[in-house]
Design a protein around this ligand. Structure first.
Ligand code: AMP
Ligand code: MG
Length: 335
């Protein structure tokens, strides 16, 4: 199969809709990362997404809808605090999990009785969602466990020959996947950190919890995606908290290598003679934007990436560190 990359135009949107109507999957830009989209009502399209990504079949998908889509067509209950969160943050990088109405394909939520829904802010994504008019499930458009894609080329590198069309909406500004927030309980609970932070949610509805999975035998994990090694480049990755340790390790390596660190520390490594120093950025938002592109650059340029963990740990950095640590993890978390 030939994989086309097309800018977003009325013609390419029509072509995308025709493909979706025929049960195909199409890659689309969003403000966080690129997604691999398919018709949420079509069992075969949903199965195709899992197959082409190699995604474990217990890791549920997020349904994407346009801003005016009537949510109650697909979810059963909309708590008042969720309405406030939508007004404050949507369209944007926040996914809300509701009790499902059971209308979308049962493969979307992998047997859970909930449904995750997101309204992306990216103009191209909105135009596509309005064109198709139905909920589109769209996990990140990367091979499962590889680094998420922030450009059309990243998607092409993972799926050339396997999907018919990539809609090119430029580089993703957000850079890390949406915050996933459970709205099925008394209070909102973050299942996956992202650009909409706990503090931001609490400032709107007064309270926000953060779910930390408890892997005790028999415990039902709320968001199965948290179990898997994710976002990993093909090169080895090792991370450090002290720059002296990172430098000593870098110096001991007998292979092609690079250092990844926040802007503030680049000078230290350059002065010490490190040949490749990747600058993650100055602010947490910049670090989110740059992270995946640099992990993909690392796997192209070297055998091992030495990471110095940025100092800031709060707010948006919780999302960045969550992805960075998963990229450095050597295996899936044991249940
Ligand atoms: P991705 O689409 O690759 O960004 O991954 C989607 C994330 O949303 C994963 O971490 C899933 O576990 C999570 N997710 C999707 N649907 C649900 C749901 N119904 N309940 C809880 N988490 C979900
Ligand atoms: Mg993903």
């Amino acid at each position: 199969m030939q994989t086309k990359i097309e800018k977003i135009t009325p013609e390419s949107l029509r072509e995308a809709k025709n493909l979706i109507d025929r049960g195909e999957v199409v890659a689309i830009p969003t403000e966080t990362v690129y997604g691999l989209g398919g018709n949420a009502f079509d069992d075969n399209a949903v199965k195709k997404i899992f197959e082409v990504k190699g995604r474990p079949n217990d890791n549920p998908l997020i349904a994407h809808v346009h801003l005016d889509y009537d949510l109650l067509k697909i979810v059963d209950y909309d708590p008042p605090y969720a309405k406030k969160l939508r007004e404050a943050f949507l369209p944007g990088p926040l996914t809300l999990v509701y009790p499902s109405k059971g209308k979308v394909s049962p493969f979307v939520s992998c047997g859970l009785d909930t449904l995750a829904v997101r309204v992306p802010a990216h103009e191209g994504a909105q135009a596509f969602l309005r064109e198709v008019g139905i909920p589109i499930v769209a996990p990140s458009a990367n091979l499962s466990r590889h680094v998420s894609p922030t450009s059309a080329l990243h998607v092409y590198n993972d799926f050339a020959g396997k999907i018919p069309l990539i809609l090119d909406g430029g580089e993703c500004e957000g850079g890390i996947e949406s915050t996933v927030c459970d709205c099925t309980g008394e209070v909102p609970t973050i299942l996956r950190p992202g650009l909409v932070t706990r503090e931001m949610i609490a400032s709107v509805v007064g309270v926000c919890e953060v779910y930390t999975p408890d892997f005790k035998a028999g415990e039902k994990v709320k968001s199965p995606g948290v179990l898997y090694k994710h976002y990993a480049p093909k090169c080895r990755v090792k991370s450090f908290l002290r720059k002296e340790d990172a430098l000593a390790y870098y110096a001991s390596l007998d292979c092609s290598r690079a250092v990844l660190c926040e802007n503030l520390e680049t000078e230290f490594f350059r002065k010490a003679g490190c040949e490749r120093v990747y600058d993650l950025g100055e602010t947490p938002a910049q670090m989110a934007t740059n992270l995946y592109g640099l992990l993909r650059k690392a796997e192209e340029e070297c055998d091992e990436l030495v990471v110095l963990e940025p100092r800031e740990k709060e707010g948006v950095m919780q999302g960045v560190l969550n992805r960075l640590r998963k990229a450095c993890a050597s295996e899936d978390i044991k249940r």
